[in-house]
Design a protein. Sequence first.
Length: 410
Amino acid sequence: MLTLTMLAACGGGGQEAAKSSAEGVTITMWTRAATQAQSERLVAAYNKSHKNQVKLTVVPTDNYQPRIAAAAGAKQLPDVFAADVIFVPNYTSQGLFLDLTDRINALPYKDKLAPSHMKLGTLDGRMYTLPHTLDLSVWFWNKDLYAKAGLDPEKGPTSLKEFAEQATAVQQKLGKDGKVHGTFFGGNCGGCYVFTFWPAVWAAGGDVMNAEGTTSLNDQPAMTSVFKIYHDLYADGVAGPSSKEEQGPTWTGFFPKGEIGVMPMPSTTLGLMPKDMKIGVTPIAGPDGGESTFVGGDSIGISATTKNADAAWDFLSWTVSDEAQVEVMAKNKDVLARTDLASNKYSSEDPRVVLINSLVAKGRTPYALRFGQTFNDPQGPFLRLAREAVFGDAGKVPQLNAEITKSLQQ
């Protein structure tokens, strides 16, 4: 395991900086497949306009954590690596990232960087990462299917109960042939549950953990009521039958085919939808209203073992510049890493993008040092609880919730 004492020894010096500006330096970067599209766009734009170059490696999402762990143990991390923001506290506590505090403080817009990402990348008052990609959970609805089902295509759900009613209407009117379904969700995927179910809990004024990330509240009424609504949607045949076994890799692939009436989706998929598809976007709500979102995505930092710190920072700082944020991210309908650029020449073209950007301040990024082992691991305790609550015996939830708390505290 790398130690925090390594950080001070790994900074780039003037000699490296001179080399990067005079000759050009190629740095290595890793990212997970879940945010591949955004990373590739940023790297391509940077490489096109800079003497320094970035060599990007995309790692399958499920293999990313083990790959990072193995590379860290062998001291073979790339110069730069992105990570799911919820895992960043664990990585910073292990000393995997270079201390960027002085560099970040020198940015004129340091106070405008996405606050949830910056918070999770800070340890003991020192900053180690920047926001790389932001991905918010929202509800998408298919306007054409709504119209065919007799629903108002311009009015999406404003509560989870209304979400269920509209999904049911689509299923009853259009689902006879088995091709169209009212909704869909990743029912065998812990990360899918936390990304799409938890915001409904927050919107209802509830919590899923204590602030320290050491006690689970997934057996409380706010959470169990959300589980119950989705349980009924599946039991009544409104949710696609493969929801139960969906493990994550393909859970966002059904909506773009025009097969789903309304479902929770990552905001980053909006720019990837078919151009002729009429899609409505609305915040995730609680059973009776409210709104929230899971502020996910990736943060990015410089590895503690890099020998190209200055060249790496040149790339990282560029990714949060006006040019990259507006001409690369905003142009492709992505959520921006800077709050001061939320209103720009591209966002004004699409009110859905403006809505998504406005949710950054209303959403949450949960904190827990043992988040991955507890909530994302297919063998972890949270997935067992969620599957019992949605597909099995809800009476087992309190006992399974105790197992989640035990995992968080190990």
